[in-house]
Structures are given as structure tokens and as C-alpha cells.
Write a protein that binds this ligand. Structure first.
Ligand code: MEV
Length: 322
């Protein structure tokens, strides 16, 4: 029997970094999905394959914590062990991960993998999964991968759609009054979310009097943006994105390449453009009228970025049985 689990990539529309310190933020699921197939094995062992990376661990070794695997797979085996310990399992499983999401650029590739993996695993071992359990397991993976994450990435990937999220309170789904068309510009610069988050937090710690009001402004901005999304006010959404980009620059997470892409998108007719995710490289997003998507994508390409035209998707995690 095979279970095919899938989960979406995400963008943070408003409030990345500020969300780590409990300000509200807005995230949206994209129509780009990770797939994880789960097959039952006769032998008592667990195999994971992703591209040309492969590893396996025997059930006994997993339970006694006597194994060593590629760093990339470590959080997955930790999730695996938690689930096996809780529900018990006497067989083996083979996981094959396929992801079209560019890695390490702020589009939530790791969270989407953890979410799809956790849902497929729960379905195979416990017979069912629920979103709360999936988010909890995936968040543990995120802590191992990203240090001190807010939890927004696994929450949006599991639930889909558009959400307002606050670390201490969870999330509320938003009903966008109009379709949200985005052009993403991937910069090609490599960065680590954990490093960027630590860098921002230490800057905030050094200048608390300056940063406290900035953080509150970002929280208010996310609330205004939620209202603009629900009334379908693209002009305000764009303006708020531009302001949000300015706030992110003041946290020190912009780069010359990201600035180029943001300005290329705006000059080509995007209503607003900003860094998305941790910054320091990674990607920008721009919100565009539908007739200008190709124009904005070409401008991003001319400025050295890799453009992706994408739509917000209502689909969160799913598992089908084959
Ligand atoms: C993650 O996509 C964006 C950050 O806000 C970190 C987090 O929320 O975990 C930078």
C-alpha cells in the first residue's frame, strides 16, 4: 500500500521576523507542492530518499537512538521516532520526497517537507492524522532545522489559504475578496533562516528603545493588511508591502540584490514588493495586476533574479491512499 502525502510552499505576505517576537503576521499557501510517498516494507527499517540523497535506519537502532544519518534527514528521523514511540509499529517504511520548491529561499520548503512527511507517517502508522498533530510534529522538525522559528511556516503549509498568525494565539483564516497574483523573485543568494533570525534578535536586543516601536508598527501593519486582503483592496495591500519592506530593511535583512529585484518589480508595475522570509538573500514577492504578471517577471529576470509566477492556493496538506 502507498500513501501519497503532499503539502504546499508558502510566502509570508506581511510580518516575517516581527512574528518571532509575537507580532501578528500574514502567510499564504502557494500552488507549488512537496510530495512524500510512504510505502510499507516487510523489513523493520526506515528508508528516506530525497533526490540523490538516501539513508536508512533499522527500527531497533531508531528506538535506541543508535544511528547516524545525513544532517538533512536528522529532523525526519526524530519525527519518525516520536511517532513510532507513541503509536508503536512493528514493520518498516520507505519515504520518497519530491520537492519542486527552491530550498533555503524563504518559500517554506523545509516546513512543507516536514508537514507532508508527518501527515503521511501518521496515516501509515496511526491510521489517521489531524492538522494539530501534523503542525506539532513539523514544528519540532523546524526547531531542529531553523533554531528559533515562530511556527508560522508549518501552520500555513498544513492549513493552506491565507492566515493571520500570532505565536501566542495561533491563527485565523482570512478570506481574500479577490485572487492574489504574485510574482516571486528568487535572488540566488544563499542564507540560513536560523542565522538571520539570530542576527535580527541581537540587533533588537542592542537597541530596544528603537526596535520596540518598529515591532509594534509591523504588528499594526499586519492588521491593516488583513483588512485590506478581506476587502480586496489591492492598492492598499501593495502600499503596505512597500512599507513592510522598509521595516525589514531597517532590521538589516535586505541586500543589494534583493533591493534590485524589489525596485525592478515596482518599476515594472507591481503594486508593491518586499522581501519574503528571512532575507539576507532568498526571495522577494510582488503583488501584481493579472495583466502585468509577465512584464514584472521579465523585469525581475533582467535584474538578475529567477521569477516564479504563482497563485495563492486554498489547499493545505493532504494524504491519499493508493
Ligand atoms: C520564516 O519563513 C520567517 C521568519 O519570520 C522566521 C519564522 O517566523 O520562523 C524569519
Amino acid at each position: 500500500m502507498t500513501f501519497l502525502a503532499s503539502a504546499p510552499a508558502k510566502v509570508i505576505l506581511f510580518g516575517e521576523h516581527f512574528v518571532v517576537e509575537n507580532e501578528p503576521a500574514i502567510a499564504a499557501a502557494l500552488d507549488l507542492r512537496v510530495e512524500v510517498s510512504v510505502n510499507l516494507l516487510d523489513e523493520k527499517r526506515f528508508e528516506i530518499r530525497s533526490g540523490n540523497l538516501f539513508s536508512f535506519v533499522r527500527l531497533d537502532d531508531l528506538l535506541s537512538n543508535h544511528y547516524s544519518v545525513n544532517q538533512h534527514f536528522k529532523p525526519l528521523y526524530i519525527i519518525l521516532r516520536k511517532v513510532i514511540e507513541k503509536y508503536g509499529f512493528e514493520g518498516g517504511l520507505k519515504f520518497i520526497i519530491k520537492s519542486p520548491i527552491p530550498m533555503g529561499v524563504g518559500l517554506g520548503s523545509s516546513a512543507a517537507v516536514f508537514v507532508a512527511f508527518s501527515a503521511g507517517l501518521l496515516k501509515a502508522v496511526a491510521g489517521e492524522y489531524d492538522l494539530e498533530k501534523v503542525v506539532k510534529l513539523a514544528s519540532e522538525g523546524e526547531i531542529l532545522a531553523h533554531g528559533r522559528p515562530s511556527g508560522i511556516d508549518p501552520t500555513i503549509s498544513a492549513n493552506g489559504g491565507v492566515i493571520v498568525y500570532r505565536k501566542s494565539e495561533g491563527f485565523i483564516p482570512l478570506k481574500a475578496a479577490i485572487p492574489l497574483h504574485l510574482v516571486i523573485g528568487v535572488s540566488g543568494e544563499v542564507r540560513s533562516t536560523a542565522t538571520m533570525v539570530e542576527k535580527v534578535l541581537s540587533l533588537k536586543k542592542r537597541f530596544p528603545e528603537i526596535f520596540e516601536p518598529l515591532y509594534h508598527a509591523a504588528g499594526h501593519l499586519a492588521i491593516e493588511a488583513a483588512k485590506a486582503i478581506e476587502r480586496g483592496d489591492l492598492t492598499s495591500i501593495g502600499m503596505l508591502m512597500n512599507i513592510n519592506h522598509g521595516l525589514l530593511s531597517s532590521l538589516g535583512v535586505s541586500t543589494m540584490n534583493l533591493e534590485r529585484l524589489v525596485h525592478a518589480a515596482r518599476d515594472a508595475g507591481a503594486l508593491g514588493a518586499k522581501i519574503t522570509g528571512a532575507g539576507g538573500g532568498g526571495a522577494i514577492i510582488s503583488i501584481c495586476p493579472q495583466n502585468l504578471l509577465e512584464t514584472v517577471a521579465s523585469a525581475i529576470k533582467r535584474s538578475g533574479g529567477f521569477p516564479l509566477i504563482s497563485k495563492v492556493s486554498d489547499r493545505g496538506v493532504s494524504v491519499i491512499e493508493r
